[in-house]
Design a protein around this ligand. Structure first.
Ligand code: 48F
Length: 260
């Protein structure tokens, strides 16, 4: 008696994976928005834009989405959020404990629920192990990104990248503000660099610093504080969600008035 009623051959496994993956990649050659960085600000922005009906591509150079959430606090797997984002945690089904007017959340639950929500939208395509290595610039606006496989980048192999086009691009790459740095190489932006750690100030600033840097190029999350000189902060994440929300609103307004 066999235990498995529907066995699958190795050949079929390869065929199914290649077909499914490359269908998605083919589809992602052109999107409304490319979000680079699947940390908290990028993921929440993707969720809100997808809810609005936009076609979203999320790229992350690492194996697992979630960015800095997994690293939590010195490896103590909890993060803290302000009560201002209680409704967002409830919307994302993330359990929390309330203490001293603050919310305490398991970083594992926070990351996995954000990822689960984002991957539940058919209009968000996810690609991990893909690095953005440059910006695509056409007609005086940012019109996509130049990408390569992360393992090729790590090995520094001489392999040419390709372009994914979009009407808007979000730099949600965290502390390094990678996409704004690419832009800054050709068109000057005053990158002030992030300031010393201060959670209260940094969390306020990260929302104010979420902006459109140049036509088609937006910045959110820690990248925004790095560009505009906001304070860095530790394992507190309300500002990241609210920055992602502000970015989604700015991008939606831009896309609604977008002319090719
Ligand atoms: O750093 P990250 O989590 O971004 P964030 O949304 O959140 C910051 C917090 O995690 C934390 C904090 C809390 O107060 O300060 O730092 O600003 O995630 C950034 C993601 O971008 C990816 C990287 O792998 C990470 O998952 N990334 C960075 N550079 C590239 C990239 C690149 N060139 N191409 C693709 N992905």
């Amino acid at each position: 008696m066999k235990n498995i009623k529907y066995p699958i051959s190795d050949e079929k496994i390869s065929r199914l994976i290649i077909k499914s993956y490359f269908e998605d990649l083919y589809n992602a050659v052109s999107s409304d928005v490319i979000i680079t960085g699947a940390g908290p600000s990028g993921l929440y922005c993707a969720i809100l834009l997808a809810k609005n009906g936009f076609k979203v591509t999320v790229l992350d150079k690492k194996l697992s989405p979630g960015g800095g959430i997994w690293g939590d606090a010195m490896s103590f797997n909890r993060v803290v959020l302000q009560k201002d984002v209680k409704d967002i945690l409830e919307e994302l089904n993330i359990p929390y404990n309330e203490e001293e007017n603050a919310l305490i959340v398991s970083s594992i639950s926070f990351a996995s629920n954000l990822i689960a929500k984002a991957t539940s939208f058919s209009n968000i395509k996810f690609f991990n192990l893909i690095s953005v290595v440059d910006l695509y610039y056409i007609d005086e606006k940012i019109s996509g990104v130049v990408v390569n496989n992360s393992t090729i980048e790590l090995q520094k192999l001489f392999v040419d990248p390709m372009v994914l086009v979009s009407k808007a691009v979000l730099d949600a790459t965290g502390h390094d503000a990678v996409l704004v740095s690419f832009y800054n190489k050709r068109r000057k932006v005053d990158m002030i660099k992030e300031f010393f750690m201060n959670a209260e100030r940094g969390e306020e600033e990260v929302i104010n610093n979420t902006k459109m840097i140049a036509p088609g190029l937006f910045v959110a999350g820690m990248a925004a504080n790095n560009v505009y000189g906001g304070h860095r902060m530790g394992p507190i994440f309300g500002g990241m969600l609210l920055s992602g929300k502000k970015a989604a609103n700015l991008i939606a307004d831009y896309l609604n008035t977008y002319k090719k």
